[in-house]
Write a protein that binds this ligand. Sequence first.
Ligand code: HEC
Ligand code: HEC
Length: 215
Amino acid sequence: MKYRYSSTLLAVFSLLFFSFAAWADASSAASSSVGKVDAGQEKSSTCQGCHGADGNSYGPEWPHLAGQHANYIAKQVLAFQEGKRSDPTMSAMVTGISKNDIDDIAAFFASKSITTQEEKNEIKIVAAGRTLYKGGNYYKGIPACAGCHSPTGAGNRPGVIPALAGQRMQYIVKSLKDFRSGTRSNDTNSIMQNVAAKMSDNDIKVVAAYIAEMK
Ligand code: HEC
Ligand code: HEC
C-alpha cells in the first residue's frame, strides 16, 4: 500500500494530574486529535486485518484499538516507525505511513468502542486484580493503576495515558512483562517500566484479568 508523506507531526504534551510528578516530553508540543475519522477508516484497511474492522481485534495477541486515545495510538505508531518500540509483527506494518495518515487512522479507531468480551476468569483472581488496580500494593511499592489510568480504566487523553478497560488479557500480560524486562521502553520517564519492575507474574496475571473484564 502506498501512502502520501505530509508534514503534520503529532506532538504530545503530557501532564499527569493524578499522582507522581508532572512530566513534559521536551521534544513535543500540545496536540489533540486532528485526524479525520472517515479518511481513517479507509486508510486503516491493512490494520483492520488484525485489529478488527472497528478496532475490536480478531485475536488475543492483537490489542483492541477501539476507543483508545488517538494521541496514544499515534505515539505508538510513530514509535514503531522509529524503532523506539518494536514487535516482529507490528513493526513491519507501519513503514511509509505519513504522519497525516497516522492521525486519521488513530482518529478512526478512537471513535469506536470495545464491544467484545473475553472468557471470564475466576472470581478470586479478578477480585485480587481489582484490589491491586484500585489500591496498588503499599508494601511492594506498586502504585494504584487507577491513579493514572483512572478508576474506570478510561485512561487520560491529555496525559497520553492509554485506556485499559476491556483490553485483551494476553496483550496486557505481554505488555507488562515487556515493560518489566525493558523490551518495551518508550514510556515517558520509564513510568511503566518502574511500575512493572515491582510486579510479580501473579500480580500481572490478576490485574490483567481484572482489566480485561472492566467495562
Ligand atoms: C498482522 C497483524 C497486525 C496488523 C496488520 C497491524 N498490527 Fe498493530 N499490532 C499487532 C501486534 C501483534 C501488536 C502488539 C505489539 C506488542 O506486543 O508490542 C500491535 C500493536 C499495535 C499498537 C499498539 C497498541 C497499544 O495499545 O499500545 C498500535 C497503535 C497498532 N498496533 C496500530 C496498528 C496500525 C495503525 C496498523 C495498520 C497500519 C496495524 N497496527 C496493523 C499486529 C498487527
Ligand atoms: C504514574 C502513572 C501510571 C501508573 C501509576 C500506572 N500506569 Fe500504566 N501507563 C502509564 C502511561 C503513561 C502509559 C503509556 C506508556 C507509553 O506511552 O508507552 C501506560 C501504559 C500501560 C500499559 C500499556 C497499554 C497498552 O495499550 O499497550 C499497561 C498494560 C499499563 N499501563 C498497565 C498498568 C497497570 C496494571 C498499572 C498498575 C499496576 C499501571 N499501569 C499504573 C501510566 C501509569
